[in-house]
Design a protein around this ligand. Structure first.
Ligand code: ADE
Length: 242
């Protein structure tokens, strides 16, 4: 998988990808991440890529031409499965969405900033708009890091024990059951007997019951989603560049 990230702050982005699993994924050659500094596409001698919004509203808007030049330059080199824009009014990131995106060959992610981008970029290039929650961040860089983390860990081979990614919370529409490790008793706090029983069928049944119970308590909305649409609750705009 290749991910091209378009940002005004490539240095801020770098640090997320230079540690832990994201770093290993790149070292193993499973994922390539490329940063593109949008200042390099500026049409002014000052390197700015933003401008005042028409209509006199407060704040600055990322201008259409530098962004279009950057996006089209990349599109000439390879087809993209999705061109993502991070925005607070996008579709909320979910596990099914991360699963789907982890199957992509090439992704482009535009990190939003200021008041946002000129709407023509959204209309003519962006195929998917993603929010990481109903709150406003200073910019799309943190959101992009979160999205990339959620996707990259699902790419086959990135996590050593692949089963563990499949057993994550949300993978089956449920949150994960509780986990324990040694010792079996600490300060009188005991590991549930069933986990020490060696009876795998019973253990599986217990884990499922716990997952359902926890989901009811903590994320009742997930159970409703599961009933409404058991296999897919993602929506995507059609690829506009194809
Ligand atoms: N940019 C600003 N806030 C954001 C959010 N919540 N999700 C994605 N991108 C954002």
């Amino acid at each position: 998988m290749r991910i091209d990230i378009l940002t005004l702050f490539p240095n801020m982005m770098n640090m997320f990808f230079e540690e832990s699993i994201l770093k290993r994924a790149q070292k193993k050659g499973l994922v390539e991440v490329h940063f593109h500094d949008l200042h390099d596409y500026s049409l002014t001698k000052y390197g700015s890529v933003d401008d005042y919004p028409y209509g006199g509203a407060a704040g600055m808007v990322m201008a259409v031409e530098p962004l279009a030049n950057c996006i089209e330059g990349l599109q000439k080199e390879r087809p993209y499965d999705d061109i993502i824009y991070t925005a607070p009014d996008g579709e909320i990131l979910s596990q099914p969405m991360a699963n789907q995106l982890s199957l992509a060959q090439n992704l482009m992610i535009l990190c939003g900033h200021y008041k946002g981008v000129d709407e023509r970029i959204r209309e003519h290039f962006i195929t998917r708009e993603i929010s990481i929650g109903d709150y406003v961040l200073t910019g799309g860089e943190l959101a992009t890091a979160v999205i990339c983390d959620a996707i990259i860990r699902l790419v086959p081979g990135v996590i050593g024990d692949e089963q563990s990614a499949l057993e994550d919370s949300f993978q089956d529409g449920l949150v994960a059951p509780p986990e324990y490790t040694r010792p079996p008793e600490f300060r009188g706090w005991k590991v549930p007997d069933v986990l020490l029983s060696g009876n795998h069928a019973k253990i599986e049944q217990w884990r499922m019951e716990q997952a359902i119970q926890r989901t009811k308590e903590r994320r009742p909305g997930l159970l409703a989603d599961l009933k409404a649409s058991p296999h897919d609750n993602t929506k995507t705009k059609k690829n506009k560049q194809q």
